[in-house]
Design a protein around this ligand. Sequence first.
Ligand SMILES: *Cc1c(COP(=O)(O)O)cnc(C)c1O
Length: 406
Amino acid sequence: MQRTSTESGESETPAPSGDFLLPTYADRPLTLVRGEGTAVWDQEGRRYLDFTGGIAVNLLGHAHPALRSALQDQAGKLIHCSNLFYNEPANAFARALVERIGPGGIFFCNSGAEANEALFKFARKFGSATGRYEIITANNSFHGRTLAGISATGQAKVKEGFGPLLPGFTHVPFNDMEAIRDALTPKTVAVHIEGIQGEGGIIPADPGYLLELRQWTRENEVLLLWDGVQCGQFRTGHFQSYTTLLENVPGSDGFLPDGLAMAKSLGAGFPLGAAWIHEDYAHVLGPGSHGCTYGGNPLACAVGLAVLREVESGGWCEHARHVGKRLLDGLGPLKENGRCEDVRGAGVMIGITVREDLPAVRHRLMEAGLLVVPSANQTIRLLPPINVQDREVEEALQILKEHLSR
Ligand SMILES: *Cc1c(COP(=O)(O)O)cnc(C)c1O
């Protein structure tokens, strides 16, 4: 970065640009400088409604007081102490997660890819006694950018140029039980799916598929692993999306996967990931089998606890369901009159399949003051914070109505 001197001898630094970042991400139209709730401001002081939520991360919006005080308080006590020792926030947060999911244990990490990695290693370790290692995943899925993550992911574009990939992943069409049955081999150890495919364009699992899959995996001694990184952590109006997807579905009581990956909204902006493993298998990853230096650091876990408390004490789950309903109702007419292809999702995780060029739509919405996330299959995602205000939802709807396929 070039520094210039003024006559008074003070140095002036030019506004930071992205010139020194590797070009792994294309096309960044804005530099954001600050946020408050659902609003963000760019370098020119322009306000936008942030319906990207940092890609399903900023569950409580920007600059939330509960997060700020959790960070400040814990930073003054203990930021990091390694896994050579226990720490109180991690112990408490692990317990809180188990209470919300089901009996089992937690492995802490920093991201979604790492949470999935923990599940893949769990599955391999579990299968090692019987020589099984194959994991079935879905076409159109997304499971992270590590080598295991892209090997598991059912989208060709993330794999190009990175071969040879990790062996042992089989991909089948999503929501297709017959395809799962056909993919079973003596080496199959697990099925790994998202409850609602996020990067794939907000594609929910069918309730019937989930129930059949749960029964079939049990019968075949195959693990059912759930990637809740994007669809979980309250985004659909319940802590995990299987509760939302299976609501009022007969025979779904007590539905639980055997392993669950969490990240994104879990830390609501602070890097935090976790894998939950059912108590039946909680012994599989024993001492020395897996680790993560930052995993379970007190600062991250204090934030995670603050997020749980704020969402639950604030009644925000109910609000998320109300917002989801309002967005689906409000966008329904656009589908009916052909101005978009489809609208679907739940809570603060909504997908709109558009008819035009995706980058053009996204740009037009941005110009109108609304930030959204593109995904596969011609879909834009609305991933606002769970505490988005009603008037902000109306403002977003107004912009969408005005600017989708005019
Ligand atoms: C974002 C995402 C991941 C990867 O999470 P990172 O934190 O980027 O590693 C994995 N699975 C799903 C479903 C995701 O949406």
